[in-house]
Design a binder for this molecule. Structure first.
Ligand code: F6P
Length: 342
């Protein structure tokens, strides 16, 4: 490693000075940094540590929990509660808000401790996603109500990807930066400064096994991509599906493209598949900060007013011109009398 490289700690300190911060962000993100390093270690040890397989329990969404889901959730709760920076936390794996007694901070943390957990047992990339909100001044209400703020209110968000290398990708509203974990010295190093998503792309990610349930505008977009050079787009498209949103978003940040988990006939009753507060919002914040776009199909995700902690939503995000095209297809569909599913 070159000794001229910038570590995550140095990067955070530099940001603190540049934006005249009090050190709060540095502290908030330091908690996350340690958490992700510990989870990365457990993911890496995999079968050797007996970390693979199911835990034999279900989470609040009725999904089977993997051992690593449970472990990653415990690591998140424990490692981020100790400093007292966060007053409360909400997790994909917990039904209710977890309040931190004696906390001094006015920040809220939401997280999906291990995204894409069906990949764990087959040694394919997984990740952690987090979103940080501030408790508004003079706020009253139940702990859950305090969390129900639209994504535009996020003060920071990011993800860790545990792939061929471990990376932490962050935004505090001043662009997006990516750090790679040097496993030998246990330090995150700035390797992807100022990540930008190309505006045009010819790669899409969608679970095509659900094609028969899609809304017409989604089907129209994918049909046109599949028609390639002979179709209306006049170019060939490539397709990828990792089945871990973190990995799909990471690919898009590195080389562009579109990721879609739209509302369809099967998931419309629940509002979609992905969770608004700790999956869609943080990823949309990152994508927008990198020059991309993120919508439900019709609306900007970051402006969706949440009504529940575990609310689900349709997600279409990535390269601006492609996502804008998909938004337009929804608009044209509705203008022609088509009924939205959700
Ligand atoms: O629950 C979230 C998630 O694992 C995402 O990370 C991923 O994009 C999606 O679900 C995979 O869904 P499917 O099982 O339909 O491939």
């Amino acid at each position: 490693m070159s000794y001229k490289r910038v570590t995550l700690s140095q990067f955070l300190m530099e940001g603190q000075h540049r934006y005249h911060g009090s050190g709060t962000f540095t502290s908030l993100l330091t908690d996350i940094r340690t958490t992700c390093k510990m989870i990365s270690h457990e993911v890496n040890r995999g079968a050797m540590a007996g970390n693979l397989g199911v835990a034999g329990t279900e989470n609040v969404q009725g999904e089977q929990q993997k051992k690593l889901d449970v472990l990653a959730n415990e690591i998140f709760l424990h490692m981020t509660a100790q400093s007292g920076n966060y007053a409360a936390m909400a997790s994909e794996e917990l039904e209710d808000v977890h309040t931190v007694h004696g906390a001094h901070g006015r920040y809220l943390l939401l997280f999906d401790p291990l995204d894409g957990s069906s990949n764990i047992d087959i040694n394919i990339a997984v990740g952690s996603i987090f979103s940080i909100l501030r408790i508004p001044d003079g706020v009253t209400g139940t702990p859950e109500e305090v969390f129900l703020q639209p994504g535009v209110e996020q003060v920071a968000a990011g993800y860790a990807i545990y792939g061929s290398s471990t990376m932490l990708v962050l935004t505090t509203g001043h662009g997006v930066n990516g750090f790679t974990l040097d496993q030998n010295i246990g330090v995150f190093v700035l390797t992807h400064p100022n990540m930008r998503i190309p505006e045009d792309a010819s790669e899409f990610a969608i679970n095509t096994s659900r094609m028969r349930f899609w809304e017409p505008p989604v089907k129209r977009y994918i049909d046109e991509c599949l028609a390639g050079t002979e179709g209306p787009r006049g170019k060939d498209f490539n397709m990828r599906w990792v089945a871990a949103m973190v990995a799909e978003v990471h690919r898009i940040l590195c080389r562009g493209g579109v990721f879609m988990y739209p509302v369809d006939e099967r998931n419309a009753k629940q509002g979609g598949k992905l969770r608004l507060m700790y999956e869609a919002n943080p990823m949309s914040f990152i994508v927008e900060q990198a020059g991309g776009m993120a919508i439900t199909g019709r609306d900007r995700i970051l402006e969706v007013e949440p009504t529940a902690l575990h609310q689900r939503v349709g997600v279409i995000l990535g390269s601006k011109n492609e996502v804008e095209r998909i938004r337009r297809y929804h608009e044209e569909h509705d203008a022609a009398g088509g009924k939205p599913l959700a």
